[in-house]
Structure formats: C-alpha cells, structure tokens
Design a protein around this ligand. Structure first.
Ligand code: 5AD
Ligand code: SF4
Length: 483
C-alpha cells in the first residue's frame, strides 16, 4: 500500500469538502457498510478488477484495487467467484465493446445465484452516452457505473451504492482536476506505472480517446517526483511514465516544463534504475528529448513511436500532422543518437480511402525503419469521430488481405531484429516465474524484449546479467552469467 493514512472518519463527522480527505472519509464509511454486509453473508467478501485496454487503464485499476483493499475487501483472482466484480473498460476499437457486453451477459447469470454480488463498470466505454443508455435499459443488474474523470471518487460512489441500494451512475463530460495522494496497490513490487498526464488534445480523426479521456492535463512535476521517490523507497526500481502523448508534457502547466527536462529530474532520483515512457507522438518528439535519451544512464533503450500509416496522404486525413519523410528522418535521428535502441510502433490498416498505393507506403516505412515490433490494427469505425463519416470505407476482404501482408512483414523483421542480439550478454530485470515452465524465470531487457532462463522465485525484482543464447522470434532463451 503506497498510502496508508489513518482513517478516523466517522459517520457523524461532517463530510470533508476537499480532496483527497473526502475520499478517505468515504473509504471509512464504505468499510463500515462492508462489515455489515459481511455479517449478513457470514463470510469475508471479495473483489475482482478486470482491466481491458491500455497501460493507463492498468494503472487506474491499481488505484481501484488500492481503494478496495483499504475498504477491507479481499482480492479474488477468479472473476466468477468474486462478490464484487469491476470492469475497467476500453473503447478504442469496437471489438473491445463487444467483449464487455458478452462477458456482462455471463456475469448477470452468476449474479442471480449470489445475493451478495455487486457489479461496477468504469473506464473509457462509460464515457459514451449510447453505451450507458444501453446498460441502463438492458443490463439492469449493474450496481455502479462511473467514467474516466471521476475515478478518484470511487469510494464515495461505492458508499452511496451500498447505502442507497439503487443503481448509481455518475459520468462527467470532462474535468480539469487531478486528485493526488489516493491509495493504490501495485501489481508488481519492483515496477510501477506513473501517470504524468491525462487526456489528449490531438484529435487524430479515427480516435475516440480525446472524447472519452478529455483535454490534456499534466501533473505537477513535483508531485510526479514525490510519487517516484516514494515508490523507490518502497522497492520500485523501474517506472513507466504514462500519458497519451508524453512529448507534449508540461506545456499547459502554470510553469511550463518540457518532457525532456522532467526526464532529467527523474534521472536524478537515487535508487531508481530504469525509466520507460509511453506513448510518444512523432509530431512532438523534440531534439532535446533525443539528446537526453542519448545521454541517459537510466532511460531504457526503447521508443514506442506510433506511425499509424506510411502514406502522407492518409496521415493528413488522420490529422497526424507529420509526413512520411518527417517520420523517417526522425527514426534515423533517433537511431544515430541511441544506436542500440529498439523502435516499436502502432499501425492501422484500412483507414477510409486507403488505396493499395497508400498501403505499399506503409510497408515501405516498415522495411525502412526496421521495427523491433509493431502492433497492427484493423481500422475500427468509432461513432462521433471525423473518420466515421468519411467516404470510401475500405471493403473488409481488402483490409484483411492488407492486414495479413503487413503482419507477415512485421513478424519477419522483428525476428531479424531479435536475432541481432543473440549471443550477447545483457541485463534483465527478473519479473516473474515463466507461465509455461516453472523452472524458468522471465526477465525484461532494457529494449523491452523478454528472456527466459533457469532460476527461482527469489530472483524476482533483481537485475541479472543473462546471455541471450537463443533467439525465438520475439524472445530469448538464456542463462544467468552473473549478478
Ligand atoms: N481503429 C483502429 N485502431 C485504432 N487505434 C486508435 N483508434 C483506432 C481505431 N479507431 C490504435 C492506434 C493507437 C492505438 C492505441 O490504437 O494505432 O496508436
Ligand atoms: Fe488517439 Fe491520436 Fe490522442 Fe493517440 S494522439 S490518443 S491516437 S487522438
């Protein structure tokens, strides 16, 4: 637990107006409600938070878990057995929504058999009015619905639900506030995500994120540093700085500061060994940042730089505000400054109006940049975005064919890139016991690739030097040669 405040709140006490005090008051109030519920059930009640989507959501879920644990719920990893199920949803592509509806149907049936069960939904999908309408109408068994902007109010909303016995819905359109110092429970003891900013102002024409995550807001650098110092004191040695567009960090602060400067400040934190960040927008990637990356001892040799398309014509329709040439120059500049860097990307195929020629431009970028890995997506029409009403939506069979060709190219190049490091010795942060073979441990290299090697659980959280004996496409099999 990062923030173990003593809660003295009492129901007779006046409800605090300021945050985070107000939420600590409601944590205490929910705690008392939970005690009563547990007495009625004759057992301890459990929760399960299921996260869909990106690392931002994963971090938000850690905050939910932190609050739930302070309230006194115990964690249950199997959703079907939990008394309180929370879905932290994603809506970046339509199939993410479909998955949630499918699973909700199942949950509804389970709830009929468990009188103590509650279900909450939150996250990006809840920021879409049509979704909430549908849930209100067809999924009456849901107890609590809230959005991305008021997640910090989880304890208050939960206490309200517990006391009213009615479905509670609270969605905000946008917010300009950031509430600091709420509890949170990390999934890993040795690494942690750290939000540095929220929201997005870019309005790429296919993307729903600016509508569901609101306007860009940066956290105060002092709050970020303080959080990382606390994390380090608590055993964390690797942080992942999170934001939709970290390269524009700090621009809207009262005392503006660049992302590169923030990185330099974070680098000074003693005991911190590795710094990662995500996601970078090519239009805002500065020379200052490239220089800082080149000089840094702690910033990992990995840059995720979504290209989305290789065609300047499509990039313009996507409102990405860079050209193919600009992107290629950027990639080259980075490789010059940080020679062993791993470059990864996101690519969308089948954006409205994409021709075979446009697609070939994308393949050309993939070949020229030589990505270490790439996330490839089929364009998904998101209602409310400018691209949804564009003409020339590409037929499904054409998109599928392009997607398969792209994937093949990407995978071949990744395997070649991976093979380059075969036979070298590199430092890995030991993260977990291997899922398939319990005699192996899994470690992460600076370039974000994984290596599996013989070891035991006691190594988790340590840095070890591993020889990368065999490349298996996108990971390695190796052995420890020193600590
Ligand atoms: N369709 C397909 N992919 C999308 N992404 C964002 N919006 C869409 C969409 N409508 C992809 C982008 C982004 C990643 C997180 O998701 O590639 O970088
Ligand atoms: Fe979406 Fe573009 Fe913002 Fe990324 S930068 S979240 S793709 S609008």
């Amino acid at each position: 637990m990062e923030n173990n405040r003593q809660n003295t709140a009492d129901r007779e006490m006046e409800i605090p107006v300021s945050e985070p005090e107000r939420q600590y008051y409601f944590i205490e109030r929910a705690r008392k409600n939970l005690k009563k519920m547990e007495e009625a059930a004759g057992r301890q009640l459990s929760f399960c938070v299921t996260t869909f989507g990106c690392q931002m959501n994963a971090r938000d879920s850690e905050k939910l878990v932190g609050i739930l644990e302070q309230i006194g719920y115990i964690e249950e990893l199997e959703e079907e057995k939990a008394d309180f199920v929370i879905y932290n949803t994603c809506t970046v592509r339509e199939n993410a929504n479909q998955r949630v509806y499918g699973r909700l149907g199942q949950l509804g049936r389970i709830k009929k058999k468990n009188p103590h069960m509650m279900i909450a939904l939150c996250g990006c999908m809840m920021q879409e009015p049509e979704v909430v309408e549908k849930l209100k109408k067809s999924y009456r068994f849901i107890d609590l619905i809230f959005g991305t902007h008021n997640i910090y109010k989880f304890a208050e909303l939960l206490a309200t639900r517990m006391e009213s016995g009615r479905m509670v819905i609270d969605i905000w359109k946008d917010t300009d506030r950031i509430v600091e110092d709420l509890p949170s429970e990390r999934k890993y003891s040795f690494k942690s995500g750290v939000n540095i900013m929220f929201g997005c102002n870019n309005f790429c024409s296919y993307c729903i994120v600016p509508y569901v995550r609101g306007r860009e807001r940066s956290r105060d650098p002092r709050a970020i540093i303080r959080e990382i110092e606390r994390l380090v004191a608590d055993g964390v040695s690797e942080v992942m700085l999170l934001g939709q567009n970290v390269n524009s960090y700090g621009k809207t602060l009262e005392n503006p500061i660049t992302f590169a400067r923030l990185l330099k400040e974070i680098e000074k934190i003693g005991g911190l060994k590795r710094i990662r960040f995500m996601t970078s927008h090519p239009k805002d990637l500065s020379d200052e940042l490239i220089e800082v990356m080149g000089q840094s001892e702690k910033i990992c040799k990995h840059l995720h730089l979504p290209v989305q398309s290789g065609s300047t014509r499509i990039l313009e329709k996507m409102n990405r505000r860079y050209t193919k040439e600009h992107y290629l120059e950027l990639a080259e500049k980075i490789r010059r400054a940080v020679p062993d860097i791993s470059l990864t990307t996101d690519i969308i195929v089948g954006f409205p109006g994409e021709t075979e020629e446009d697609f070939l431009e994308t393949l050309d970028v993939v070949r020229k940049v030589q990505y270490d890995s790439a996330f490839t997506f089929i364009y998904s029409k998101r209602t409310g975005t400018p691209a949804a009403v564009m003409e020339d939506q590409v037929p499904e069979d054409v998109v599928k064919d392009r997607f398969d060709r792209l994937l093949k190219e990407v995978q071949e190049i990744s395997a070649q890139r991976c093979a380059i490091h075969e036979g070298t010795v590199q430092t890995a942060l030991v993260e977990a016991v291997n899922d398939h073979d319990k005699t192996l441990m899994t470690g992460r290299l600076s370039n974000n690739l994984l290596v599996h090697f013989p070891g035991d659980e006691s190594m988790i959280g340590n840095y070890v030097d591993v020889s990368l004996d065999e490349c298996r496409g996108f990971y390695y099999i190796g052995k420890i040669i020193g600590k």
